[in-house]
Ligand binder design. Structure first.
Ligand code: ACO
Length: 399
């Protein structure tokens, strides 16, 4: 950090901080991270007390409302999310304009942006009920947009949400069902019904992604929100920021990379590539801006992976390659000196694959999980009387 305040006398303290590594842009009561001690808390609760122990919708309520819901509030919230999940047919027609093979993240960004044309409630956000309804509407529609974006990309008829199903089950149903809503026939009188263990695993994955204080996409949501732009536009901007491979796009790249490595015997070659400063290759799913020690989300996911190994028939070849990469990196001075540990993205892929989720849906799943965090952060910004338009300065180096 260079103190250049003498050049900008009117600005008080002026710092040059590329990537904002040492700059707090807001005060927040939502999420606490201690990167040195591998700690992550939502509203004071350690992540290990929430993932797999409370439903993702209850955790969403906690993030947005500041407390876990009572059983009655939980039931009402769940019911309302089910009933707000339908998309306006106009948005569904928008999917037709996009080509087969469009990445679901592209379609999700476009559809979320388009929600701003259908809902005008940003005009009345001083009305607390409308404010809350806007948040529930976005949360409810995100898995539907994601599943439809995927089906559109492979040219399969879209499946509408089923209000008889819980949020996470509904998402798996919309991805898997045959046109008309029947589950795929597997032979021997069996259908590809969704198992409770699958719902629980994905629900825990959503919770682990639900918020992570001022990461790139959340900061984007806050920056766009600070300009008084429509909330749907702010969330669509978060989707764009999340797509990059240095952020949410890494989970898709981890799976591609494990397949590329292909065999345990090739691991040393790829570790050497990652260390070579003349090679742009990076080990995807390793390293984090804040965690210079273990990522607590990754630890929880690893535990889940071990638990589900047999039950979900996880791909043992990929698991062996992942374990070999992890062991090699953790024992290598290059990774140790730089504090590069596996992050959340390193472990989610093998579980998602066992849930029959295609690789291009990994980042959309991150979006669904992160949505309540974005909404909570956007709300906190709006309710902060000190909030200002985000407007960093620059260090001019031109003529
Ligand atoms: N493989 C090899 N080297 C790495 C890796 C990696 N995955 N990550 C960082 N490094 C090295 C850098 O080359 C740099 O080395 P140097 O000091 O010799 O120049 C040093 O470690 C520090 O790296 P930075 O990029 O400066 O660290 P930063 O905090 O800016 O970046 C990031 C963090 C973007 C996550 C980075 O570690 C990375 O690109 N990881 C791979 C992508 C990934 O997994 N992203 C998911 C992040 S978690 C999430 O978004 C949920």
């Amino acid at each position: 950090v260079v103190d250049i305040s003498s050049f900008y006398k009117d600005s008080g303290m002026f710092t040059y901080d590329p990537g904002y590594t040492s700059t707090a842009s807001c005060e927040s009561k939502i999420t606490f991270i201690d990167g040195e001690n591998s700690e992550l808390r939502y509203r004071g609760y350690d992540i290990s007390e929430l993932a797999g122990k409370h439903s993702f919708l209850d955790v969403s309520y906690l993030l947005m409302r500041g407390k876990l819901p009572t059983p009655e509030a939980s039931r009402n919230f769940d019911l309302e999310i089910r009933h707000r999940s339908f998309l306006n047919e106009g948005i569904i027609r928008l999917f037709d304009a996009l080509p087969d093979g469009a990445h679901p993240m592209a379609t999700m960004g476009a559809a979320t942006m388009a929600l701003s044309a259908f809902y005008k409630d940003h005009l009345h956000l001083e009305d607390e009920e409308e404010f809350k309804m806007m948040r529930r509407r976005i949360l409810a529609k995100m898995p539907v947009i994601a599943a439809m974006a995927y089906r559109n990309s492979i040219g399969t008829p879209l499946i509408y949400p089923d209000v008889n199903r819980y949020f996470t089950e509904n998402f798996l149903y919309m991805l898997r069902a045959y046109p008309g809503g029947r589950m795929k026939y597997l032979g021997n009188g069996q259908n590809d019904e969704i198992k409770q263990v699958e719902i629980d695993a994905l629900d825990a994955i959503f919770t682990l992604h639900a918020d992570h204080e001022q990461n790139a996409s959340t900061t984007t949501v806050r920056n766009v929100g600070s300009t008084e732009a429509h909330p749907y536009v702010a969330i669509a901007s978060g989707i764009s920021a999340l797509w990059g491979s240095a952020h949410g796009g890494a989970n898709e790249k981890v799976m591609d990379q494990l397949k590329l490595i292909g065999d345990v015997k090739n691991v040393p070659t790829y570790i050497a590539k990652a260390k070579d400063k003349n090679d742009p290759f990076r080990l995807m799913g390793f390293g984090h801006r804040v965690y210079k020690n273990r990522d607590p989300r990754a630890e929880t996911l690893k535990g889940l992976q071990d638990k589900l190994r047999d039950e979900l028939k996880l791909d043992s070849k990929l698991l062996d390659i992942a374990a070999a990469v992890e062991e090699a990196a953790l024992n290598d001075d290059y990774f140790k000196q730089r504090g590069l540990y596996p992050n959340i993205d390193f472990y989610s892929g093998v579980i998602l694959t066992a849930l029959k989720i295609p690789t291009e849906m990994f980042t959309p799943i991150f979006v669904i999980g992160r949505t309540p965090g974005w909404l909570a952060q956007w709300s906190e910004l709006k309710q902060d009387p000190k909030h200002k338009i985000a407007r960093p300065r620059q260090l001019y180096t031109g003529n």
